[in-house]
Design a protein around this ligand. Sequence first.
Ligand SMILES: [Zn+2]
Length: 416
Amino acid sequence: MMNSGLFTARWIMPAAGPPMRDACLAVEGGRIVSVQSVRGRVSGATDFGEAIILPGLINAHTHLELTGLAGRVPYRGSFIGWLESLIRAVIDEQDYARFISAGLSQSLATGVTVVGDIGIGQPAIQAWRQGGIHTIGFLEVLGMGHRSTAPRDRSTKTAEALLVGTPPTDDTRRILRVGISPHAPYTTDPAIYRRAVDLANRLQRPLCTHLAETRAELQFLSDGTGPFRDFLERYGLWDDTFKPPGDSPIEYANRLGLLKNRCLLVHANYVSNNDLDLLARTSCSIVYCPRSHHFFHHEPHRFGEMIRLGINVCLGTDSLASNDSLSILDELRFVHATNPAVDPARLLHMATRAGAVALGLETQLGQLTPGLRADFVALPLEQPKTTDPFGDLLHCNLSPIAVFLSGKQIYGMYKS
Ligand SMILES: [Zn+2]
């Protein structure tokens, strides 16, 4: 049968229990049938030898359309200064699709099999459709104050037309779901947020927003002043009809109806204890983008407390305009190096199962357990015969030798 077979390696990390030594993954019709430890060689198996088999990694937040801006938008101490450099580094429309395709290929080469990607308009949908990995694509919408100055390709009207013209889910070859992402509270006014929430509800589409990213955002929502007010005035986007809600970003999102949905909240870098209590009562997920967070010199992220409160926290790379790679393995290694007390099994969970939950894919993928899609990565061990596969995973610098989607090899030169 197509997409069936046995796969063995020194270690299998199912992300649904402890690592298994000398183990075998059995696949039938693209789905996992069993994962178990075995004695001796398994006849007919593809043996990766001194390697780890782990679930395909999930990058829950990126902007692949910015892939071509790698290293071109330096941070000089001001988030808004960085944002303005990003706006100046205009990308030609015909480059959008090319950059997204390049980003999808780069992701695959690092073992990422699912991305949550923010994109703009039809070119993004086209590129997602042609890519080689599962994609939850979010069409970005924004607009503040004067509607006429909001870019047409990022209006809710355009997004609605595109969403209506795209099937809610296209899972035939790979999973492609297209949803909507109102950008952030400082670029998106309440009316647009409400329309986006309504669209996501009505059309049953995934919803995502950037939230509580900077202290300046807190100030802007609190009293309408500060660097974001200056930014909007400079670009002619400020409108006196915007009334600062006087809330924290999380409370504001709650009042706009975002937290009633399984909304993906990107960043949540600046949250109070009250915010955390509020989030813990919702089914929203938080995307923590560790290296991008570090790039902007943010205060320590409260992901550990969030997890202890039962909030689902997954990982994202953000774009290459604020990061060095699109690799979730690199994120894991960075978090481990900077927070060595975090349980490595928890880190692997954040990179796999938590991402699947955040993107609404947990019944399909995210762990190596029977019934799920056989999406997996084979990673060579730096120290053969190691008894500490997590140590190897988190300290070595190696890249996957093979990546499989539904039991079929889609990346790597590996031949059994
Ligand atoms: Zn982002």
